[in-house]
Design a binder for this molecule. Structure first.
Ligand SMILES: *Cc1c(COP(=O)(O)O)cnc(C)c1O
Length: 224
């Protein structure tokens, strides 16, 4: 297994090239190291390589890593959040990437000690198996959750399907970016919606070209 530092160098170089192609500044992009597959030791190596943002998709993994490392990293929750688990983690979450229903927003509002930065998860590709809201339901959803003052919508998140078709992947990322733009224009005080959480190991370069601000990279960074 390669060093995390060596993997990171390669990822940063790919990001740099994608930014050149799309006229972007690499500083706009946050790499979230997804440590769900790996041990505490490998997670420590990731932090030492300079990754300040880590992501976990399951409550157990999140708490294991959070309890070990505490504030040595910013902790992103990227998986489906069960409402009854919100109270156990929400006050340790730097950003929640999977807000997808108003019952979850309500529970966050109740349990959070201060406003939580959330991405609304969108099912852009329309696959049955994917979580997230249909694109057409996102704006009504954001309007509906305005009453939950501890829920702050900072952006949109999507998971692209595992396909090789780059044009299709690009189209999915572009659709999410357009939806983000249309929400941003509305200037909702509770939903500035500036960010785009999109791109994983196999497609982060395309996602960066299409405007990703947060990429979630697991296997290519830390191994699987
Ligand atoms: C696992 C996971 C990732 C990272 O996947 P890789 O393909 O290993 O980079 C990103 N986002 C979510 C929501 C995940 O569950």
């Amino acid at each position: 297994m390669m060093d995390v530092a060596a993997n990171l160098e390669e990822i940063q170089s790919m990001i740099g090239q994608a930014c050149k192609r799309s006229n972007r500044n690499p500083e706009e992009i946050t790499i979230i190291g997804v440590t769900k597959y790996v041990t505490i030791e490998r997670t420590e190596e990731t932090i030492n390589a300079g990754i300040a943002n880590l992501g976990e998709n399951r409550l157990e993994g999140f708490l294991e890593k959070y309890n070990h490392f505490g504030n040595k990293a910013n902790w992103h929750f990227i998986g489906t959040m069960q409402s009854r688990k919100v109270k156990d983690v929400i006050n340790h979450v730097h950003m929640l990437h999977s807000l997808d229903r108003s019952s979850l927003a309500k529970e966050i509002d109740k349990r959070a000690e201060k406003p939580v930065d959330c991405f609304v998860q969108v099912n852009v590709s329309g696959e049955e198996s994917k979580h997230g809201l249909d694109p057409g339901k996102v704006i009504p959803f954001i309007e509906e959750i305005e009453k939950y003052s501890n829920v702050h919508v900072v952006g949109l998140m999507t998971m692209a399907p595992h396909i090789e078709d780059k044009d299709r992947l690009r189209e999915i990322f572009r659709n999410l970016a357009e939806l983000r733009d249309s929400i941003k224009e509305k200037k909702f005080p509770h939903a500035p919606c500036e960010f785009l959480s999109m791109g994983m190991s196999n497609d982060y370069d395309l996602a960066v070209e299409e405007g990703a601000t947060h990429i979630r990279v697991g296997s290519k960074l830390v191994g699987s």
